[in-house]
Design a protein around this ligand. Structure first.
Ligand code: ZN
Ligand code: ZN
Ligand code: ZN
Ligand code: ZN
Length: 246
């Protein structure tokens, strides 16, 4: 009873809140979504695709239901911004959700055709990642692909727990009278710990850079134009080396 009363009370406060502070402060999500959607479409008409992108992202972040035509409109916007991989994701989502019944089905098919060669360019280019972002030298290994890092096995401690005695330093054995007796663990001489077998106590190991998984480069924020720049020509070999042509 008390809980129901307090719920009513909260709801009352809530409605008072709406009427006192007005529509602007407590916006119903659906109205918000349709407002943002029409703002996004207006921006698209004016070819202000960066603005449209912001409105679409606000809709996604609001966690309100996504209007059924929005994935197409967002895909179109992303296409104009050169984010082809992301554009294809939303286009596929649109076609999955609406099939040929979608209001923008014809345009979606056209966009699909326009995207295909762009996606092929990304796949064929070795200067960008599979989303089309330009690769730069990995800042952890400076593009060298390998370096000294904390040993993975001992996490840079140089020692590991003995597995035979579970780190206790003692093992139990039953004697001829079936009585349990304790002995120092032979493997770790009763210490419970062993020198790390991987780094032999050095705490570091030389191996593949974990930031770039040994490729020597990481994607930047910059979309790739798939053009080799002359000032990067001396780095070209390091870009191309880890890839096998396919
Ligand atoms: Zn042991
Ligand atoms: Zn180690
Ligand atoms: Zn690296
Ligand atoms: Zn590229």
């Amino acid at each position: 009873m008390l809980r129901i009363l307090s719920l009513k009370f909260i709801l009352l406060i809530f409605f008072i809140g709406i009427s006192t502070f007005g529509y602007a402060q407590v916006k119903p999500n659906l109205g918000n979504t349709s407002r943002l959607l029409s703002q996004a479409m207006g921006a698209m008409e004016r070819e202000e695709f960066n603005k449209a992108n912001e409105y679409f992202r606000q809709i996604i972040q609001s966690n309100a239901p996504i209007p059924p035509e929005m994935p197409y409109l967002f895909a179109e916007t992303l296409f104009h911004l050169g984010q082809f991989d992301n554009s294809l994701n939303f286009l596929n989502k649109y076609l999955d959700l609406n099939g040929f019944k979608g209001e923008h089905y014809e345009q979606a098919k056209e966009l699909q055709a326009k995207l295909a060669p762009k996606i092929e360019e990304i796949k064929a280019c070795q200067l960008c990642d599979r989303k089309g972002y330009r690769l730069v030298d990995c800042s952890t290994c400076n593009g060298t692909t390998h370096l000294e890092q904390d040993c993975r096995i001992c996490r840079g401690n140089g020692i590991v727990g003995c597995s035979r005695c579970a780190g206790k330093g003692l093992v139990t054995k039953k004697n001829v009278f079936n009585i349990v007796e304790y002995y120092d663990c032979e493997r770790c001489d009763g210490n419970g710990r062993l020198t790390c077998p991987k780094c032999e106590g050095d705490k570091i190991e030389y191996g593949e850079c974990r930031t770039c998984q040994g490729t020597g480069h990481i994607p930047s924020e910059k979309l790739c134009d798939h053009q080799d720049q002359t000032d990067l020509s001396d780095k070209r070999t390091s870009f191309r080396m880890p890839f096998s042509p396919h």
